[in-house]
Design a protein around this ligand. Structure first.
Ligand code: FES
Length: 206
């Protein structure tokens, strides 16, 4: 570093040999800086595993049957993609009076999923399968189940076995349960009719 600082003063030095030594010293110092800088930068580069953990996930949804659900992993979390039937969609408004946040005002979803179905396409629900109470993974429980935990008028949805929270088919939490919030809807977008990308959207979320 000292050589770099001295360089302007020596630029007028008539002694050619002295100038050669100075230039050599500067070159050596620069090479040293590069050698030190490369590992330093590398130590901050994300590992392949970290990149994979944060990467978006492409999902083929064409094979999900009506009423079916597919689970993929995104950033270490389960993400559900459910193809809701017309009957499932019709059951949603009937739940509103019993929900904590029926209009999804607590922003557990991107703006494009802030609607009655909490989705881009009404029939396809995309939600993070992690309970907003203490992080267990709820189960999908269909309408007509004999599971006594969800009540006789259960229209289908998700049940968390840890402490009994229940969510409707749009991931909205029912009142008087431990979970305080609706399930999260992750950023996502459609790449084609049958392809979904989880983890990215056109609003810049990633
Ligand atoms: S973790 Fe789901 S109800 Fe407690």
């Amino acid at each position: 570093m000292t050589s770099v600082l001295n360089l302007p003063a020596l630029a007028h030095e008539p002694d050619a040999e002295r100038r050669r030594v100075v230039l050599l010293t500067v070159a050596t110092a620069s090479a040293g800086l590069v050698a030190v800088a490369v590992p330093f930068v590398s130590s901050f580069a994300p590992s392949e595993r970290a990149k994979a953990m944060g990467a978006s996930v492409e999902v083929d949804i064409a094979d999900i049957p009506p009423g079916g659900i597919k689970t993929v992993e995104w950033r270490g979390k389960p993400v559900w993609i459910m193809r809701r039937t017309p009957e499932m969609l019709a059951a949603l408004p009937a739940q509103d009076a019993r929900l904590v946040d029926p209009a999804s005002l607590r922003k557990q979803q991107p703006a494009y999923a802030t609607n009655a179905q909490r989705s881009i396409r009404p029939e396809v629900f995309v939600g993070v399968g992690i309970c907003t109470h203490l992080g267990c993974s709820p189960n999908s429980v269909p309408a007509g189940t004999s599971n006594p935990s969800v009540g006789a008028d259960w229209a289908g949805g998700f049940f968390c076995p840890c402490h009994g929270s229940t969510f409707d088919l749009a991931g909205r939490v029912f009142q008087n349960k431990p979970a305080p919030m609706n399930l999260e809807v992750p950023p996502h977008k459609y790449l084609s009719e049958g392809k979904l990308l989880i983890g990215e959207d056109d609003l810049g979320a990633a």
